[in-house]
Design a protein around this ligand. Sequence first.
Ligand code: UGA
Length: 468
Amino acid sequence: MTRISVFGLGPVGLVTAVCFARKGNHVIGIDLDLDRLEKVRRAEPPFFEPKLKEYLAETITNGAFSVLDDASANVRSDLAYMTVGTPGTEDGGMDLTYVKNAARVIGQSLRQATRYQLVVVKSTVTPGTARTVVKPILEGESRKTAGKDFGVCSNPEFLREGNAVHDAEFPDRIIIGSEDPEAAMRLESFYKEFHGQSIPPVVRTTHENAELIKYANNAFLATKVSFINTVANIAERTPNADIKAVAAGIGLDERIGSRFLNAGVGWGGSCFPKDLKALVAFSKTLGYNPGLIDAAIRTNDQQKLRAIELARDALGSLRGKRIAILGLAFKPDTDDMREAVSISLVQGLLAEGANVTAYDPAAMQNARRIFRNTITYAEDPYDCINQADCSIIVTEWDDFKTISPNEFAKRMRSPVVIDGRRIYDPDRFIEAGIQFSAIGLGPRTSQRGQQRTAKPFVHQSSTPGKKP
Ligand code: UGA
């Protein structure tokens, strides 16, 4: 049994804490937000994340996990995880206020500690932060020496919202950055015990590499999505092309891989936008402008408004038109609206004089805080599309996949559907008399070169063979 403190009970900290607690460790969670602590104490997840509710109920009830607003209990812990947020600043940089505060309180509690403690930096921080910011604060506050009295490791997380519990339990790899072999060895031993037989590859490296791996990981994935969205824009203008078939084709190349090739209305969330901007800003402080990452961000900014162009193509002026937005969260299975594409899209539609009605299965409460009374909130997806001039799919929730083309045709004033996440079969919609457009779907022509409505060539062979 390991005694663990987790500083910061946001999506990463809380999920990490309950997963550790479920495996027989004794975990205390520390956060300054008293409302959040009260909810967690009552085993109510402060945000939506699959499996979190049951894990929280189990570990709070059996006492393996408890929460406090006072950091002094950390003195008895073997591991202190730092999982506080690093919000973006106006200039695209990174706000280290919470990281510095956490380092200060951990350092102060270390002053009283009689045993070795390992401080694990899981917050996303730019390269050099653990070595030049966290470690000096810990040493100053504790009046002890890192590498002797306590250890410091960088240990970035790769949890996806909506899959965070699964990702915490079954990570692809564990990255441990440290200049202190004893600290790295202790953290690796803890993970060996935690994961048992299913431990993934462990990479031991420097603090700076670990920190850069986190940013490079998110930058690569976001760039991959911006790349496929760029090709989608080409496909949309190419007769008989469809980005789904193109993505399936290139995804079978093992060097490319099929994941994160879903073209759509763009990427959002609390991580990609913030982390890419922070990486660009960090890089510029080193005198290098990373053009590719900048381009991925700019491509995404344009992509977020692509659905408005498609709506204009179908309806002409959007002034006074009723637009139904299906999906507001930045992706399915979360209620998170941070940097959601829906925000730019709705604001763009309102600026053009459209009347917006929106529905999301989980994010309505968060959406109300953002859009207030500028839009209408629907009761369910069917209520949302009633009397609409155009429906736009913004988040690929399962609830929307089952709405039939006939429902759209029956309920809408003019049945224009824009599939921003490619969840529908174009043929079925076109056959139902719907004016259907979708990200990455080119115009179709008959053999004689006329516009027609048949399906483009999306063919997936049964078993992809290896190249000779
Ligand atoms: C992302 C990373 O995937 C995690 O590994 C990382 O730990 C996390 O950021 C973080 O830094 O904490 P997350 O933001 O939860 O996770 O969401 P993703 O599943 O990566 O999706 C990000 C955005 O890309 C969403 O808006 C999604 O709709 C979009 N996306 C994703 C696409 O448009 N197409 C795709 O093929 C995949």
